[in-house]
Design a protein around this ligand. Structure first.
Ligand code: GLC
Length: 425
């Protein structure tokens, strides 16, 4: 894809701006650190010892309609679920392995229910798929990233790389063909020699393009999506993890590249029962604003419990985010970087001639937008549509000009982020 083709291909994805990442699997039973979804790795657990979680996995409260309803309320436009994580366990039914939710006490394809529920809410559907596999007998590398790294007998076993590749490609084909339109493919991850064509990544991506022509694909098959001439498998978007890059993401020619920051809500991706270190709704909203102000998306994570529910702490934060999004999502969807420097008091986003000022700090007296004197047609508080009259206080003429409005209160009307919609002339 050329730069322009990629921009067109990712347009809707980039307009959506806000998604929900869901890390769910057997690791929700041990639910502990170190490790969380890397638990098997940290504890150097063999397949045999990990089997007890498979035999017990029974998410009696799994109701993806509730998950989808909450995602909808919170303003998330797409979701990405771990169909298979590094431990190799599949939440979906697969002809190519028995190691799936169907053969646990859950007894069914849990991905199908997720797809149906999210689609019914109008939320786009994404699949995370780990190309790393700690369960498959033919997964070739038992290195420092593998649970069995210290087991000499295991390491010495013969392995057939082609078998694993065929398995992995077959599973991706199942994900492409059994669930209708898939909007996002989120592969994870490449390192060392396990990268790019080692995965037969060109072939894999060409298959997805053929079967799911509208899907967007992340960049973790190992290509360089910041290159001026990215490989076929370089991915449609860059996926910074646990960080919002200072300048957003630019390619080597300095042109903006589609990107999505994936960030945990507390400390881990998979459910950890003691992990109460939740980011507040204010932080989440401000992270989202920061991403949009730099031209990116935010994929915020939830790790459901072994019983299939979102942790209470997650629900609480997402519900508060929902309230803010209900009033302010116009400043998020379809918005991007503004043609102005970052202001002292917060951040701008922009869509066409609508400039959205996200105010985090109230400041003193009347509120001033630098550089916008005589450039604003009207100003409205986004939360309630109320008019904010533009005026020029005496100290404006005397000390510093700009477009001034009266915010009216000593405290900000919305402590998460108060948004003023400025229609530019
Ligand atoms: C990582 C981790 C993983 C997590 C992912 C999310 O690469 O291996 O556990 O799923 O990033 O971005």
């Amino acid at each position: 894809m050329t730069y322009e083709q990629r921009a067109a291909h990712t347009k809707a994805f980039q307009e959506d701006r806000f998604g929900m990442f869901i890390h769910w699997g057997l690791y929700a039973i041990p639910a502990r650190t170190p490790g969380a979804e890397w638990f098997k790795f940290h504890d150097k657990t063999s397949n045999e010892d990990y089997q007890k979680y498979f035999d017990e996995f029974n998410p009696v409260h799994y109701n993806p309609k509730e998950w989808a309803a909450l995602a909808k309320r919170a303003g998330m436009k797409y979701a990405v679920l771990t169909t298979k994580h590094h431990d190799g366990f599949c939440l979906f039914d697969s002809k190519f392995t028995d190691y799936t939710a169907v053969n646990t006490p859950a007894g069914r394809d849990l991905v199908r229910e997720y797809v149906d529920a999210f689609r019914a809410e109008g939320i786009k559907v994404g699949f995370y798929y780990s190309v790393i596999d700690w369960y498959h007998d033919d997964y070739p590398i038992v290195d420092g990233n593998h649970p069995m790294r210290e087991d000499e007998e295991f390491k010495a076993r013969p392995r057939n790389w082609e078998n694993y590749l065929t398995y992995m490609h077959n599973q991706v084909r199942e994900l492409c063909t059994n669930y209708g339109q898939i909007d996002v493919f989120w592969f994870d991850y490449s390192y060392g020699e396990m990268t790019g064509e080692k995965w037969e990544a060109t072939k894999l991506v060409n298959m997805i393009r053929e079967l799911q022509p509208t899907a967007v694909i992340d960049n973790r098959l190992g290509g360089n999506c910041l290159s001026a001439e990215p490989e076929v498998y370089a991915g449609d978007f860059y996926s910074p993890e646990q960080i919002i890059p200072a300048e957003g993401c630019l390619d080597e020619l300095g042109r903006p590249v589609p990107w999505e920051a994936c960030i945990t809500l507390n400390d881990y991706w998979g459910y950890v029962s003691q992990d109460q270190n939740y980011k507040s709704a204010q932080i989440v909203v401000r992270m989202l604003i920061e991403c949009v102000s730099k031209g990116g998306n935010l994929l915020i994570n939830v790790g459901p419990t072994a019983k299939g529910e979102f942790p209470k702490g997650t629900v609480k934060v997402f519900e508060e985010v929902a309230e803010w999004m209900h009033q302010n999502s116009d400043s998020i969807y379809g918005c991007g970087k503004a043609d102005l420097p970052k202001p002292e008091w917060g951040r701008y986003t922009q869509r066409g001639n609508k400039l959205y000022a996200h105010i985090f700090e109230r400041g003193t007296a009347a509120f001033r937008f630098d550089g916008l004197k005589d450039k604003v047609k009207k100003a409205r508080l986004l939360m309630d549509g109320s008019e904010r009259v533009l005026f020029e206080p005496w100290y404006g003429t005397k000390y510093q000009s700009g477009a001034f409005i009266d915010l009216g209160t000593a405290d900000l009307p919305d402590p998460l982020a108060t948004v003023v919609e400025l229609e530019l002339l």
